[in-house]
Design a protein around this ligand. Structure first.
Ligand SMILES: C[S@@+](CC[C@H](N)C(=O)[O-])C[C@H]1O[C@@H](n2cnc3c(N)ncnc32)[C@H](O)[C@@H]1O
Length: 390
């Protein structure tokens, strides 16, 4: 039944396929998100139960690390799995010792997988998303041991279809990417200079390229040259694009010295990348340095940690094995964070934390989407459109 809060967004967006959902309600989206979380939680429980043997003596995280041969850089993640399972009441214990007294049955797991596949389909994620999450669960021992990388599962043979499912073609990505593109197209200051950080496969860039935005210059940047080549191939005919290696952890101006006016961007676009910065306050100041007065930051971020990430993206968060900063090792988390996440195993910031950081850096949040009543609000993904005070 179509109710008042039914979502009919993006039906005409190029990323929209015939099979994509056209009608979702807030409560159905919430239920679908929970179904995806359940797959992750019960998948983790199944593995942890197999590793620990239900009912046997208490295991410390160190016991488990040794038994599985977990690579040191992923120690934080195995601890996080256990903590998460305990938070959801699926295992008992704490850092002193864990006990797994229950393992889901094959039948229960099959039902959870079927429910999750249906939920993912309603949210527009498609079968590849489901297959890849199941594959990452199946291969978690190899992932924890660093025998394979999560990137090899996300980009098999260099293909980007899974990444598109995550960042471009699902319902919330289409909604947020289109909203960002429309906000850029609506800017009065024309023609527009855009700097995109961590552009990756270009999920958001694709929406800008399809919009009416009068772009004068589009700097497509990423930490990895592989994504720059991809961006060049995908967008060179649609956008006045230049590609640049840019690490968001370092001062931008010298990294953008080839772009002519590196301090006069109208828009800085950062979709699903800003949380990678170890110090969000410092990142916002680096962004301010390259925006013209009155320019905009468009920030797409997940604002809630969900179990789903723990079986997928989180492997990519672990610092490279070569990283050996004593301050980080001392912090106990194994992750490099210098803001409120310091010493914790958090990756993401909450909506209120982003708002506080933006205000502290003198940005006015003009819009925050989706609004609370919107059907896609329970996906926990947000677009902050923030203007730098002149
Ligand atoms: C989760 S992907 C998002 C991709 C893209 N923005 C999208 O939504 O389609 C994150 C991207 O940020 C890049 N990245 C990660 N850390 C970075 C850093 N420190 N500086 C710049 N880019 C970074 C990665 O290479 C990757 O392409």
């Amino acid at each position: 039944m179509v109710t008042q809060d039914t979502c009919k967004s993006n039906q005409n967006h190029p990323g929209h396929s015939e099979k994509a959902p056209l009608a979702q309600t807030r409560s159905s989206v919430l239920a679908d998100m929970k179904a995806i979380d359940e797959l992750a939680l019960f998948g983790m429980l199944d593995l942890v139960g197999r590793w620990m043997q239900p009912g046997s003596a208490r295991w410390t995280t160190a016991d488990l690390v040794e038994r599985l041969g977990v690579a040191p850089r992923h120690h934080w993640l195995i601890e996080r799995w256990l903590t998460e399972l305990a938070v959801y009441g699926l295992i008992d214990g704490d850092k002193v010792g864990w006990n797994c007294s229950y393992r889901p049955s094959r039948k229960q797991l099959r039902t959870i997988r079927t429910d999750m596949a249906q939920a993912a389909s309603r949210l527009g994620y498609g079968p590849l998303f489901v297959q890849t999450l199941l594959e990452s669960l199946r291969r978690s021992t190899e992932l924890f041991r660093d025998e394979i990388t999560i990137q090899s599962l996300f980009f098999p043979d260099g293909t980007i279809e899974f990444a598109k499912a995550i960042y471009e073609t699902n319902a919330i990505s289409r909604y947020l990417n289109t909203a960002a593109a429309e906000a850029i197209a609506a800017l009065e200051n024309r023609p527009i200079r855009v700097l995109e950080l961590g552009a990756g496969i270009g999920g958001t860039t694709a929406a800008v390229a399809e919009s009416d935005a009068a772009i004068d210059h589009y700097a497509y940047t990423d930490l990895s040259s592989w994504f720059l080549e991809l961006g060049q191939q995908r967008f060179a005919e649609q956008l006045p694009i230049s590609t640049h290696l840019l690490n968001i952890d370092e001062d931008f101006s010298h990294q953008l010295s080839g772009t002519g006016r590196p301090d006069q961007y109208d828009v800085v676009l950062a979709a699903n990348v800003a949380h990678n910065a170890p110090d969000i306050g410092a990142l916002l100041y680096r962004i301010r340095d390259v925006l013209r007065p009155g320019g905009y930051l468009m920030l797409i971020e997940m604002v809630e940690e969900r179990p789903q990430a723990l079986i997928s993206m989180s492997y990519a968060i672990s610092l490279p094995a070569s990283y050996a900063d004593p301050a980080i090792l001392d912090s106990g988390s194994g992750l490099r964070r210098y803001d409120e996440r310091r010493g914790s195993d958090r990756t993401l910031l909450a909506e209120s934390e982003w708002q506080a950081h933006l205000a502290a850096a003198n940005f006015d949040v003009r819009t925050l989407l989706p609004e609370p009543a919107h059907p896609l609000h329970p996906t926990s993904q947000r677009l902050f459109t923030a203007q730098m005070a002149s």
